[in-house]
Design a protein around this ligand. Structure first.
Ligand SMILES: [Mg+2]
Length: 392
């Protein structure tokens, strides 16, 4: 690893644009009305020619409890970055990541997906400028690999079962099963999956707030436990209902939609609303915000995973570095395993797109992503592929 220490380097340009990736199959979850695979690419250039990459996977219809969080779209993220953030960040030090967040927060409240995309690109530049992978900037590895949970989207029970079996045959030891539309279907599917994959695979049902108020959600969670579920993610909406379900559940309850940033994490702790937290870089506005969530979780010994919206290689690399460096992120994470077409190591596990914007597949072992040991994000962006998938 060759250090290219450039303490005086400055941001010269910031450019956000859109790209798409081809899906392997349709992946949906409760409340999601768009297909996955729409991204914002952020390219930040410095005055010494180094380029940092960031991405966002904005979803217009995913926005926290009771509509309290705004959805973002590809167009709003691009506009926010190019028109609002870029002019304010030009000429600043790309390694000053906390200051960059302060500048963005000072300009616009919310819009964490847009802030996250910039924050990832700045961390990539910071790492490249000192010749270190991002996980080393975050304090170094606390684990040697990132266990992957494979997400089974909303699909019919036969297809969902086959998808789960294929992913387990690939080597993953955790499945995140999307549900929340028809609780009886979810209970049947968990029972079938448990029978097919055996006792050693963690089954986590993500209801995306779909089981109604606390009383009904408690009943469904009980039935899911009887069917063999290990964890239930966001069975209901809002911290009051979630706390009631958590108090009575026989398995850990994970907060996702209910916990976006550090203020939410403190409230989850204070109200004992969940046993685990699902951290997204995007919900917290990037590494800077997500590290604060992880710190609260660490202080309270709350296990977390890193999750997201099925990112491209850029977001997946960022998530991989985050997991490697944070003790509280001890649960298997829904991180896609990125690979260019024809090079994916698995049949199903972590495989959501048929191609990606890198020239080399992520290295994996036994269903876990291995550290990306090169500077910054540690990936080789394939500009030809980016050009191919760019949306005009
Ligand atoms: Mg979720």
């Amino acid at each position: 690893m060759v250090a290219v220490s450039m303490p005086g380097m400055k941001i010269q340009s910031i450019d956000a644009s859109a790209f798409r990736l081809p899906n392997r199959r349709s992946f949906k979850w409760a409340g999601l009305n768009v297909e996955l695979g729409h991204f914002v690419l952020v390219r930040i250039k410095t005055d010494v020619g180094v380029i940092g990459y960031g991405e966002a996977t904005p979803l217009p219809d995913w926005g926290g409890d009771f509509g309290r969080r705004s959805g973002e779209t590809v167009a709003t993220v691009i506009g926010m970055i190019n028109d609002i953030f870029a002019p304010a960040l030009l000429g600043t030090d790309p390694a000053a990541v906390t200051r960059a967040r302060q500048i963005m927060d000072g300009l616009v409240v919310g819009n964490p997906y847009a802030k996250c995309a910039v924050d990832i690109a700045l961390h990539d530049l910071w790492g490249k400028s000192v010749g270190q992978p991002i996980y080393r900037l975050l304090g170094g590895k606390v684990r040697d690999a990132v266990p992957v949970a494979h997400m089974i989207g909303l699909m019919n029970e036969k297809d969902a079962t086959d998808e789960g079996i294929a992913a387990v045959n690939d080597g993953v030891r955790a499945l995140q099963v999307k549900g929340g539309v028809d609780s009886q279907r979810d209970i049947r599917l968990v029972r079938t999956l448990r029978r097919e994959v055996g006792a050693g695979v963690t089954l986590r049902l993500d209801a995306n707030q779909g089981y109604g108020h606390a009383k009904r959600a408690r009943t469904v969670v009980d039935q899911l436990v009887d069917a063999g579920v290990d964890m239930v993610e966001q069975p209901t909406v809002g911290l009051t209902y979630l706390a009631e379900v958590t108090a009575h559940a026989r398995v850990p309850i994970i907060a996702d939609e209910s916990c976006w940033d550090v203020a939410d994490a403190l409230e989850v702790v204070q109200r004992r609303a969940a046993d685990c937290i699902s951290i997204y870089l995007a919900k917290a506005g990037g590494f800077v915000g997500a590290r604060a969530v992880a710190a609260v979780a660490e202080a309270q010994r709350i296990p977390c995973d890193i999750n997201g919206s099925i990112e491209s290689a850029i977001g997946n690399a960022a998530n991989t570095h985050f997991v490697l460096a944070h003790p509280s992120v001890s649960l298997a994470s829904v991180i896609p395993i990125s690979a260019p077409s024809g090079a994916h190591p698995y049949v199903a596990a972590g495989r959501y797109y048929e191609d990606d914007v890198i020239s080399e597949a992520f290295a994996v072992k036994d269903g876990a992503i291995l550290p990306l040991d090169r500077p910054g994000l540690g990936i080789d962006i394939d500009e030809a592929r980016l050009a191919k998938y760019r949306c005009h």
